[in-house]
Ligand binder design. Structure first.
Ligand code: GTP
Ligand code: MG
Length: 141
């Protein structure tokens, strides 16, 4: 089964929407196989989004992602990468389809509630960024 890495971003946590967003994720057929609450530093946030480090919004992105606790999760589902990006909607909530998580809850392109891996390959790298093998508990359930 395919996996994706999501992060419920600091805006999601601040708005007390961890439960609501997780409910939508589970209702859409994703199985949560790892989950934690953590706070990124500027360094770890910058490392996670290193691919964007030359972009003009990088400083803002790092500032925001380290502004409060977040909730990374590994999710499992057939076609997880693509289906998860469909569930969350476009990066900019103004362009996100109706009924998507970003359309319903996100305030701006910078504060857009959730991260979703963009490929199977990156999903593996990102999952390893947050979780050790022994923290992926569903492996042993
Ligand atoms: P992620 O799932 O978070 O990776 O979002 P994405 O794949 O939909 O978008 P992308 O990887 O291109 O950008 C990563 C993140 O950078 C986005 O989720 C935004 O939070 C942020 N970002 C992208 N474009 C802008 C922008 O123009 N301004 C600001 N402030 N942030 C941006
Ligand atoms: Mg991305």
């Amino acid at each position: 089964v395919e996996r994706t890495l999501t992060i419920l971003k600091p805006d999601c946590v601040r708005k007390n929407l961890i439960g609501e967003v997780t409910r939508r994720i589970q209702e859409a057929g994703f199985k949560v196989v790892a989950m934690k609450m953590t706070r990124l530093t500027k360094e770890t946030a910058g490392g996670f989004y290193a691919v964007h480090k030359e972009r003009p919004f990088f400083g803002e992105l790092v500032e925001f992602m380290s502004s409060g606790p977040c909730v990374p999760m590994i999710l499992e589902k057939e076609n997880a990468i693509e289906d998860f990006r469909t569930l969350i909607g476009a990066t900019n909530p103004d362009e996100a389809d109706e009924g998507t998580i970003r359309a319903d809850f996100a305030d701006s392109v910078g504060e857009n509630m959730v991260h979703g891996s963009d490929s199977v390959e990156n999903g593996k790298i990102e999952a390893a960024y947050f979780f050790t093998e022994s923290e992926v508990v569903a492996n042993k359930a």
